[in-house]
Design a protein around this ligand. Structure first.
Ligand code: COI
Length: 362
């Protein structure tokens, strides 16, 4: 079965001047390119109708399962333009593999890795003019997703599933002028439980996070810090849309172990790069109390969050109903900056890709 996604070029692409204006200040997730990739799945035909077309609205029956039971999974990855004009993806195979795992958790069919990669590459090639020239960290953010499009109100695996990829030129996810974020420790909401959907990249996890995000903003914070329970005896999970890391005075780079959290591509990248910075990577349960004591006594020297959209974002402070903590001197940490520079350096072709993580597209 061929994984080719043939291109039916848009008859009305965005005019060049308009595209240039968007690329000059893209923001995050607000503007979309001319094309989208898509495919359909049914039990009889498997994956079929692979194509890249003009970006267009879906026509969905009101009974489509996704609208009722949220059978949806997605991914996030970026295409980077290097100084010589070439375009690259960063570890897209890991996104493809996680997409398969997420789909399995939501009763959706696996999209073969070849299809995932072919759809993304076909879309990036069709919309290559939309890949920004990077001045700081501009890129083309790619959003593959899959949902149950069968009109059926019973709860069971859907017999019609739609896959699509859209693309959006993007700058940094956080517009914060302070060079980092503050986190609100939610004691009203958790993100996941044992056996739940925490490790899946499904829309429902993020939809359920909106109330917690509103709570965080109400308390003057940028993002939520989720614990695995509703009191301060609980363990640290994730920071909103990102994985969390601590640097300790003993030279460890500590992050919560996998299980109920997202197996982040940037998380894995940072762990793999740790030893270059004389840091020992440690994945283990992290009690919230240990984080608080460590920040207060200085044994936690830096905290940062990592994710595709947010790259590596320094955490400057943590606030809860009972405490307000400033991490070190409230400025982005040195190791955080160094890891961030190294990750961005590889992604933009400025630093040697010693792990072979880049995939050439154009
Ligand atoms: C990403 O980092 O790509 C994400 O999926 C976060 C997103 C919800 C903005």
């Amino acid at each position: 079965m061929s994984s080719a996604f043939p291109l039916l070029r848009s008859a009305s692409p965005v005019p060049e001047a308009e595209r240039a204006a968007v690329l000059a200040a893209p923001g995050f997730g607000r503007h979309f390119t001319d094309h989208m990739a898509s495919a359909l799945w049914t039990p009889q035909a498997g994956w079929h109708n692979r194509q890249v077309t003009a970006v267009r609205p879906f026509s969905l029956h009101p009974a489509s399962s996704v609208l009722h039971y949220a059978q949806e999974v997605f991914e996030g990855l970026k295409a980077y333009r290097h100084a010589d004009g070439s375009i690259w993806l960063f570890r897209p195979e890991r996104n493809a593999q996680r997409f398969i795992r997420s789909a399995g958790r939501m009763g959706l069919p696996p999209l073969p890795e070849d299809d995932f990669l072919a759809s993304i590459e076909a879309l990036v090639r069709a919309d290559e003019a939309w890949v920004p020239v990077a001045t700081t960290q501009e890129s083309l953010y790619l959003r593959p997703f899959m949902f149950a499009s069968e009109p059926f109100l019973g709860v069971r695996p859907a017999e019609q599933v739609t896959y699509a990829v859209i693309a959006s030129p993007a700058q940094s996810y956080f517009a914060s002028a302070r060079g980092g974020v503050t986190l609100w420790v939610s004691t009203a909401y958790t993100r996941a439980g044992q056996g739940g959907t925490g490790a899946a990249k499904c829309g429902g996890n993020y939809g359920a996070g909106v109330a917690a995000q509103v709570e965080a903003e109400r308390h003057g914070c940028d993002q939520v810090l989720y614990l695995d329970g509703l009191d301060e005896e609980a363990f640290v999970e994730e920071a909103g849309t990102m994985n969390l890391f601590l640097v300790t005075s003993r030279g460890e780079l500590v992050t919560p172990a996998l299980g109920t959290i997202l197996d982040g591509v940037t998380r894995d990248t940072v762990l793999a790069l740790a030893t270059e910075f004389d840091l020992t990577p440690v994945e283990r349960p992290v009690p919230f109390r240990e984080l608080c004591v460590g920040i207060a006594d200085g044994t936690v020297t830096e905290v940062f969050a990592a994710g595709t959209a947010a790259v590596i974002t320094p955490v400057l402070g943590i606030k809860s109903t009972r405490r307000t903590l400033t991490v070190a001197d409230g400025e982005p940490g040195k190791q955080t900056q160094a890891l961030r520079d190294r990750v961005l350096g590889i992604q933009y072709g400025r630093s040697e890709d010693t792990h072979g993580w880049l995939r050439h597209v154009r």
